[in-house]
Design a protein around this ligand. Structure first.
Ligand code: GLC
Ligand code: CA
Length: 542
């Protein structure tokens, strides 16, 4: 293997949403000690790194994406010593820990913001984005992502502050060099603790210019990223991943330039935002345009090859469960979950597995009172006031709400799925008796075993990492198929994306290839694809 190749190019990253992963002390909330207890499970799955959603001190207005102290752990999750133990224990399991850095905004309870509010002359005042004004006359009509105006009035200062998310998440002012330096010092402190990398929350929004109504991709964005990278990330062999809702392939080549000047890779959403009404919100549901999905994946594969690096994902803590969304969480749950895994894991990029995805965990359909997410609760109120019926709103929430991803991890079939001995902060999905880790780890035909196999394959064949991508059957309305090719071998992936039995147009081509993995246990007919049947083939080139 090319020794200059970065470790994260052959890595598979597993995302943990700590409050929903494993609770060690019975308070109903997952914690660091809970994660430590599950490292054997993760090593068995075969992952290389854990992206840990925020565990820093936070009032938890947005479940930790509102940080009040970047250099301490929230007591809900444990202590700094627990974090050090997690880093050390994970290393023994060959797993690195990736910290989620929320740098676009802090909590309003952060010391900086508390100081900033004391007066316009306070040295921390300029760490945030303020505009003079008159109470009730907003600087402009910009809206916050969780509803309401993006401006909040502070009577003591006779000023508004800017917040792209909740009022408790004031935006940081990256134009201030002292703020940037404090951030770099903090990052270097974490690097010193042995952190393996960073996930950068909504990083494309840090260079906002609210007067011009610019939120993402501000003019100075890449200047800031290069500065941050030079001052911090480049000092160690880290993985860095930038969450960028507004990235195009062109921008992605800047973020993930192989010269290492910015980040390792981009985490962008073009493929995962396709099932909504164009120009509307994610809640405005539309069917998935399948040919478009292929076009988007194909374009990213082609354009980044050799020029950048992408993340491969279906899920995270903000997205509904993929098997419910684009698979089939009824009769074909297992087959469709495996199909989606095979489809994704053959591509170029770094695959991400979001906790429970490897079990085929599904969306949950709760009553409004059972949800906890600020986005969902605000949306419900907002749409009720706009005259939507409760039924319509719940349909959107059941399909797209973030709590779908946040229901507790289903470990076994005991009460609360073995997640906690207390009362879980968010109700466990009632299907845990059927879908849980204990029932899958030893079963060769499980979704878990399919993911494990895919991870092993990525380690075995270099073609997964560097192979050139070619989309096949581009205009086929049911089949997603492609090849990856390098000097030594060819990989061929063919997936029936839907629930009908269809003809497989590639039977001749695959006849002499070795079948590496499939979504069905029993061998089928080469010329036929059963519902959600996926097959991955390999051949040596001579
Ligand atoms: C990102 C996070 C999301 C959070 C938001 C604000 O999109 O993934 O969970 O609410 O940023 O920090
Ligand atoms: Ca706990």
């Amino acid at each position: 293997m090319d020794s200059s190749r970065k470790w994260w190019k052959s890595a598979v990253i597993y995302q943990i949403y700590p409050r929903s992963f494993a609770d060690s002390n019975g308070d109903g909330i997952g914690d660091l000690k809970g994660i430590i207890a599950k490292l054997d499970y993760l090593e068995n799955l075969g992952i290389d790194a854990i992206w840990l959603s925020p565990v820093c001190r936070s009032p938890q207005d947005d479940n930790g994406y509102d940080i009040s102290d970047y250099q301490d752990i929230d007591p809900m999750f444990g202590t700094l010593a627990d974090m050090e133990e997690l880093i050390a224990e994970a290393e023994k399991h060959h797993i690195r820990i990736i910290l989620d850095l929320v740098l676009n905004h802090s909590s309003d309870e952060h010391r900086w913001f508390q100081e900033a509010k004391k007066g316009r002359e306070n040295p921390y005042h300029d760490y945030y984005v303020w505009r003079d004004g008159v109470e009730g006359e907003l600087p402009n009509d910009m809206r916050a992502a969780f509803g309401g105006s993006a401006w909040e009035w502070v009577p003591e200062l006779q000023q508004y502050y800017f917040h792209q998310f909740s009022v408790k998440q004031p935006d940081l002012n990256w134009e201030n060099p002292r703020l940037r330096q404090e951030i770099y010092d903090m990052i270097n402190w974490w690097i010193g603790k042995g952190i393996g990398g960073f996930r950068l929350d909504v990083i494309d929004q840090i260079a906002k210019e609210p007067d011009k109504k610019i939120t993402n991709n501000g003019p100075r964005l890449h200047e800031y990223l290069r500065e941050m990278s030079k001052e911090t990330f480049q000092k160690a062999d880290l993985v860095t991943v930038g969450e960028a809702w507004g990235a195009t392939t062109e921008l992605a080549k800047l973020y993930s330039n192989p010269d290492n000047s910015e980040l390792s890779m981009v985490f962008q959403f073009e493929h995962i935002c396709l099932d909504q009404i164009a120009g509307k919100e994610k809640w405005d549901l539309a069917p998935l345009p399948f040919l478009k999905l292929k076009e988007v994946f194909g374009r990213w594969q082609k354009e980044l090859c050799g020029k950048g690096w992408n993340s491969l994902f279906w899920n995270n803590h903000d997205l509904p469960r993929i098997v419910s969304r684009w698979g089939n969480d009824g009769a074909y749950r297992v087959e469709s979950a495996k199909m989606l895994a095979v489809l994704l894991h053959g591509m170029q990029g770094t695959p991400y597995i979001y906790q429970g995805e490897e079990l085929g965990m599904t969306n949950a359909q709760y009553e409004i009172g059972e949800y906890r997410d600020i986005e969902t609760l605000n949306l419900y109120q907002e749409r009720l006031e706009k005259g939507y019926t409760e039924e319509e709103i719940l349909r959107s929430i059941h399909a797209k709400g973030r709590d779908n991803a946040r229901t507790p991890m289903q470990w076994d079939d005991s009460e609360h799925a073995g997640f906690t001995s207390g009362t879980p902060w968010l109700k466990v999905n009632p299907n845990y008796k059927e879908i849980n880790a204990a029932g899958q780890t030893a079963d060769a035909s499980s979704v878990f075993s399919c993911y494990k196999k895919l991870i092993q394959l990525r380690k075995r064949y270099l073609v997964f990492i560097d192979g050139a991508f070619e989309m096949l059957c581009e205009d086929d309305g049911d089949i997603f198929a492609y090849t990856r090719t390098d000097a030594d071998s060819e990989l061929l992936v063919v997936c029936n994306f839907y629930g009908n039995t269809v003809e497989c147009p590639l039977a001749e081509r695959t006849a002499s290839m070795e079948l590496l993995v499939s979504s069905y246990e029993e061998a089928g007919q080469p010329g036929t694809l059963r519902p959600y049947e996926a097959r991955m083939y390999h051949a040596r080139r001579s």
